[in-house]
Design a protein around this ligand. Structure first.
Ligand SMILES: *Cc1c(COP(=O)(O)O)cnc(C)c1O
Length: 477
């Protein structure tokens, strides 16, 4: 055998101790949290796979850079370092820092969208769509159909369906489409990439109609890695050059640096258009801070600049996605039903298939997330009926086709042994699924109920009147 494993391109210098809990303690903790993993205290969690947002480990160089933060109000040296890093790696001309991704989405939406506009995108993201709608636009999903199918093995499930896009332009007219929002490694589809061929074609189609393309570059580097692996002609290219080429087909980006860029807070808007940049600089002072810090400390910008340079290192991204695939493959090998192909930032378990004895009214994914926590102290997130909420018109529960538990992997934080603990726990529950009991919701907040809803164990279903909904939604944050 000539096996060559991926491995971490770093060694560990400082450790953060975790509190080990007993099963009794975890049973008490989850009961007190109303069987909702969002309501657990992180001190009671052993391995935290709730989200990959802002949870990455910074490197020794990033921590050292925190000490050279220039906290001047205007013209901080660190802004220029960050501007240089964004220009070099993303290729856009103007940088406007923001406190995190949604700050950039707010600026772009307010500056470009007018009442009655249509904003096409390859699947919605919660905050992105919110800001588009708040600015008077309507989000239009133009992702390919395969993105909504957990069993489709399409290598680029994030691709835009060019016919859907052309159809929208024909229907409403190009002047009603302020821009197309193109997300890389689509979060809600499970971390699924777009191909370079598709990104190029989307750019050409939009530009032919005078429509700009703005990238949601939050996970563009994970996307670049999948292009290198899966798309002919890219195997010998560097991640940095693939990233630059992705961006070259677009006019700017919004970015949550809490993901790819390996920092705990930060984001930016980057654009090529001089006039739009001027207007964005004017607006950022109202909502975020002066245009040379946008709500960030100087030290945060310095750490982000270094994080960006580290994030395009092939050894980094290979190990990052390799670790996600390692966990996913362990589960697939044991017959656990998961969304295929394994995405870039997490593994999504098909809880409806995993727990066939629990009806949708008893929230299988919520039940599985709670049971996983009790079994091993691993915190995951529900993405299914609880997250989908109720139909605003009928008031009935919405049960989307996908009923998932998301295991999201922070970058550079956990080891392969931690991944083994996670898969062993999932596999042991999968071997005896009947030990997992369904849940009844006993407290239901009006908005985004999944964050604060409370539950209690309830073996037998009593509710009726459910109906399926044709849109898949996976993930958040
Ligand atoms: C997290 C995320 C955002 C929003 O960024 P925040 O930094 O959380 O405000 C936008 N788009 C995608 C795809 C994301 O994953």
């Amino acid at each position: 055998m000539n096996k060559r494993s991926w491995a971490e391109p770093y060694k560990i210098k400082a450790v953060e101790h975790l509190r080990m809990t007993t099963r009794d303690e975890r049973e008490r903790a989850i009961r007190e949290a109303g069987y909702n993993t969002f309501l657990l205290r992180s001190d009671d969690v052993y391995i935290d796979l709730l989200t990959d947002s802002g949870t990455s480990a910074m490197s020794d160089r990033q921590w050292a850079a925190m000490m050279i933060g220039d906290e001047s109000y205007a013209g901080s040296r660190n802004f220029y370092t960050l501007e240089d890093a964004v220009r070099r790696h993303y290729g856009y001309k103007h940088l406007i820092p923001t406190h995190q991704g949604r700050g950039a989405e707010h600026l772009l939406s307010q500056l470009c969208i007018s009442d009655g506009d249509f904003v096409p995108g390859n699947m919605y993201f919660t905050t992105t769509r919110h800001h588009q709608e708040a600015a008077g636009g309507a989000f239009v999903d133009v992702v390919i159909d395969e993105a909504h199918d957990p069993e489709s093995e399409h290598p680029f499930k994030g691709n835009v369906d060019l016919d859907k896009l052309q159809g929208l332009i024909d229907r409403v007219g190009a002047e009603r489409v302020p821009y197309l929002s193109l997300e890389t490694n689509v979060n809600m589809a499970g971390g699924q990439p777009c191909s370079m061929e598709n990104i190029r074609a989307v750019g050409e189609l939009c530009h032919r109609h005078g429509i700009p393309v703005y990238l949601d570059a939050t996970r563009a580097i994970e996307n670049a890695w999948f292009i290198k692996l899966r798309e002919p002609g890219f195997a010998d290219r560097s991640i940095a050059s693939i990233l630059l080429e992705i961006c070259s087909h677009t006019d700017g980006c919004t970015m949550s640096a809490k993901k790819d860029s390996l920092v705990n807070i930060g984001g930016f808007l980057a654009v090529n258009d001089d006039e739009l940049a001027e207007r964005a600089r004017n607006m950022v002072v109202v909502y975020e801070g002066l245009h040379t810090y946008g709500g960030l400390a100087g030290r945060d910008m310095e750490a982000m600049a270094i994080g960006i340079a580290e994030s395009v290192q092939e050894s980094h991204i290979r190990a990052r996605v390799g670790q996600v695939e390692y966990l996913g493959q362990n589960l697939i090998d044991a017959g656990v039903p998961v969304v295929r192909p394994i995405g870039g930032h997490g593994v999504f378990i098909d809880a409806a298939k995993f727990l066939p004895h629990i009806p949708r009214e008893r929230f299988p994914a919520q039940s599985l997330a709670a049971a996983l926590y009790v079994d091993s102290g691993v915190r995951s997130m529900e993405r299914g009926g609880v997250s989908a909420g109720r139909d605003p018109e009928t008031g009935e529960n919405i049960f989307p086709p996908l009923e998932l538990v998301r295991l999201t992997i922070p970058r550079r934080v956990y080891t392969q042994a931690h991944m083994d603990v996670v898969s062993e726990s999932v596999i042991s529950l999968h071997e005896a699924p009947e030990q997992v009991t369904g849940l009844r919701m006993i407290h239901e907040p009006k908005h985004l109920r999944f964050f604060q809803a409370r539950f209690e164990p309830a073996p037998a279903p009593v509710e009726h009147g459910t109906h399926p909904r044709p849109h898949a939604a996976i993930g958040s944050a």
